[in-house]
Design a protein around this ligand. Structure first.
Ligand code: GRF
Length: 203
């Protein structure tokens, strides 16, 4: 029996790309059902782009500063993503807020290193440490127009340990974030994802 055609996705990155690597590794197995059509970035010179190139995946860079307005950047990013024809998009450490052009055309899944709605924003690990919580974690959610406010698909908790630094805590979060992202992206690809009235479900 032949497997169904894999679901094509585009992954967006801004940094080291360890979440991307987890997806690249998973997608190497045809049973996973995902084909990474392209990896997009908002900057050059990052390990995330090198990881994509090493895996033979096309890349593109769309920098805000190369556009006269944020709206033009958003429209260009939507065009570049759309050129690859993905079923959905994964924001895996992409450190820019996506605009209405991208969000109206594509369902975007994001991974965030905290238990949303706690600690949204770009410094979630540091903010959790500074708040003195005993437990934080990671969240995979659907992106909406707010800052890490979209409907949650899945979460995993991580204990904060005495003596944790931002780096040690983030590394332990990433250790659970990678398999969670792989699981949810795979299920969304194989089973589909529905977003209605602010709730996201994978059947
Ligand atoms: C991840 O923890 C992600 O949740 C956060 O930034 C980190 C990116 O790591 N937004 P990497 O680039 O996937 O290694």
């Amino acid at each position: 029996m032949t497997s169904p055609a894999p679901t094509g996705i585009v992954v967006l990155v801004s940094g080291s790309g360890t979440n991307l690597q987890a997806l690249l590794d998973a997608a190497a197995d045809p049973a996973y059902g995902v084909r990474i059509l392209a990896v997009g970035a908002d900057r050059t010179g990052i390990a995330g782009l090198e990881r994509a190139q090493a895996a033979g995946v096309p890349t593109f860079v769309c920098r805000v500063q190369d556009h006269s307005t944020r709206g033009e950047w958003d429209a260009d990013l939507a065009e570049q993503i759309g050129g690859h024809g993905p079923a959905f998009v994964v924001s895996a450490g992409f450190m820019k807020l996506l605009g209405s052009q991208v969000l109206s055309r594509f369902t975007v899944l994001n991974t965030h290193p905290a238990l949303l709605p706690a600690f949204p924003g770009a410094h979630a690990v540091r903010d959790a440490l500074e708040a003195g919580v005993a437990t934080t974690g990671c969240t995979v959610h659907v992106v909406d127009a707010g800052v890490d406010t979209g409907p949650v698909l899945a979460q995993v908790a991580v204990d904060v340990r005495p003596g944790d630094t931002e780096d040690t805590l983030h590394e332990r979060i990433k250790a659970v974030e990678h398999p969670l992202l792989v699981e949810i992206v795979g299920r969304a690809a194989r089973e589909g994802i529905t977003v209605t009235q602010g709730k996201a479900t994978i059947p």
